[in-house]
Design a protein around this ligand. Structure first.
Ligand SMILES: [Mn+2]
Length: 315
């Protein structure tokens, strides 16, 4: 019998569910001994040598040709044309960039290839993975204030007390329901802290707004002192169609732009294509670019906002 297999997963809600689901499947169907650990973007630097000599699986993260099992839905999954050439759908690998999140890919695959019977709690987790990863919330209020167990656990990730804390959540997801996990005292404590952060971020946001014109907003949240909440623009200004802003990253500044999911215009512009002008990218609805220093990021954000306004006016 081979040694244990390690599942490496993307550290967000659908990534954790993916790890829990695959761990359950490998244990129940394949009789594997399974462990799990999250991956982060820094580990892409020496991707070819990732976990060399070990048996591993990867879920909701970049394709690796040595992965014993691999499942993902990110269109940017292949780090090189060489890697992409090594991929073909198989009994152990599946890729579906159309899937809103990763767990449904794994469950469909296991039912098809391994005669797996998906338990109800995994259907529930897969449903919430789709909602959260594709931001398909019914309203801005649900996105910000929803307290379903899945939304609590997802928001807790913003204040994970230790790097290996998500591993404990995955361990619970293998066997427990979301309701049971959300009731754990450490999850409840993290949730309370995350809620306080959210409320601070919502309070801070109006001070970052530069202007709102023609249903386009420009904001500058580049200060490190400002807490950020992804949907704050649409909470404070539900009438806008687009928000464009600057936020700090670990290595500089990021210009982000996105459509209001709860008030899209009747005809949309392609944000990802606009961002390509400065070397960025993204989808039609949302995109971003890292133009370098602070002043450059501010300049690019102003240009992006102006282009979005122009294109909207021309529709
Ligand atoms: Mn993910």
């Amino acid at each position: 019998m081979a040694g244990p297999i390690t599942i490496h997963y993307h550290r967000d809600f659908d990534g954790m569910v993916s790890a829990g689901v695959l761990a359950n499947i490998l244990r129940e169907i394949h009789g594997e001994r399974v462990q799990w650990r999250s991956v982060n973007y820094d580990q892409r630097r020496d991707w070819a040598n990732f976990q060399r000599g070990h048996r591993f699986a990867i879920v909701d993260f970049h394709f690796h040709p040595k992965a014993a099992y691999w499942f993902d839905h990110h269109p940017t999954t292949f780090l090189s044309p060489e890697d992409e050439a090594k991929y073909a759908p198989s009994e152990k690998w599946a890729f579906d960039p159309e899937s809103p999140s990763c767990p449904p890919i794994i469950l469909a695959h296991a039912e098809k290839y391994w005669d797996y019977k998906t338990p109800e709690r995994f259907r529930d987790m897969a449903h919430w993975s789709n909602v959260i990863d594709a931001a398909k919330f019914e309203s801005v209020d649900e996105a910000l204030f929803g307290d379903d167990p899945a939304l609590r656990i997802s928001r807790c990730m913003t204040v994970a007390p230790t790097v290996d804390w998500p591993d404990r959540i995955v361990g619970d997801m293998v066997d427990l329901r979301l309701e049971d996990i959300a009731m754990r005292p450490d999850v409840e404590k993290a949730w309370q802290r995350a809620v306080r952060n959210r409320d601070k971020a919502l309070d801070h946001f109006p001070g970052t707004v530069q202007w709102v014109e023609d249903r386009v907003m420009l904001y500058d949240a580049s200060s490190n002192k400002i807490r950020r909440e992804r949907f704050a623009p649409f909470f404070h200004h539900p009438e806008i169609h687009y928000a464009v802003g600057v936020i700090p990253t670990r290595s500089g500044f990021h210009v982000t732009a996105g459509v209001n999911p709860w008030n899209p215009p009747s005809e949309t512009v392609h944000i990802g294509e606009i961002m390509q002008t400065w070397g960025g990218g993204g989808h039609r609805a949302v995109g971003g670019v890292n133009p370098g220093g602070h002043d450059k990021a501010i300049e690019v954000s102003e240009l992006v906002a102006a282009i979005v306004r122009e294109k909207m006016a021309a529709l």
